[in-house]
Design a binder for this molecule. Structure first.
Ligand code: FES
Length: 159
C-alpha cells in the first residue's frame, strides 16, 4: 500500500503560517491540531456612535470587509474585488514593532494606486520589505492574528 501522507518537521511558527495560508484551521495527521487565532480589531469612524471592538477568529482567512459586515460596521464598498477603491481604510498596527509582513496582491496595489492611497515610499516598502502600507482595501485585506485599529470616514474611498 502506498502511503498517502508526508511527514514534516514543523515548528510552532510553521504551523501558524500554514494555518494562516489556508482555509483550514485543522491539520490532521496522527494528531489532530486545531488552531484558531484571535485578533482584536477596533473599528473607528465619524459615522459610528462609538468605536467597536471585534475579535474575529482569523484562521478562516476572512477579508476585513467581511468581518465588518458581520458586525454591522458600515465600511463603504461597491465592487468587493479591489477595483473601485470604495472600501479603503487606514490601518494602525497595535502590536508595536511586530508588524507582520504582507505581500500586497497586484490587484490591491493597483487599486490603492488608482485612488492615490499608495505613496511611492509605501509601495517600495511593500514590495521590498513586505511591509503593509497605511491604507488598505478592506475587501482585499486578510486579517491575521495582529491587533489592529481600522479607521474610515464613511465616504466611499475616503479613508
Ligand atoms: S469594494 Fe471595491 S475595492 Fe473594495
Amino acid at each position: 500500500m502506498i502511503a498517502k501522507y508526508q511527514l514534516y518537521d514543523l515548528t510552532y511558527d510553521d504551523l501558524k503560517r500554514k494555518a494562516a495560508e489556508s482555509d483550514i484551521t485543522q491539520l490532521v495527521s496522527p494528531l489532530r491540531i486545531r488552531i484558531d487565532y484571535m485578533a482584536t480589531v477596533y473599528f473607528s469612524s465619524p459615522i459610528m456612535r462609538k468605536n467597536k471592538k471585534v475579535t474575529p477568529v482569523v484562521g478562516k482567512r476572512d477579508a476585513l470587509l467581511g468581518i465588518a459586515k458581520e458586525n454591522d460596521i458600515k465600511i463603504p464598498y461597491e465592487c468587493e474585488d479591489g477595483r473601485c477603491g470604495s472600501c479603503v481604510v487606514e490601518i494602525t498596527h497595535l502590536d508595536g514593532e511586530h508588524i507582520k509582513g504582507v505581500m500586497l496582491t497586484d490587484k490591491e496595489r493597483e487599486g490603492l494606486k488608482n485612488i492615490g492611497k499608495l505613496t511611492k515610499k509605501d509601495a517600495e516598502r511593500a514590495s521590498v520589505g513586505d511591509m503593509p502600507p497605511k491604507h488598505r482595501l478592506a475587501c482585499q485585506m486578510i486579517v491575521t492574528d495582529e491587533d489592529l485599529l481600522v479607521e474610515f470616514t464613511g465616504e466611499p474611498g475616503g479613508a
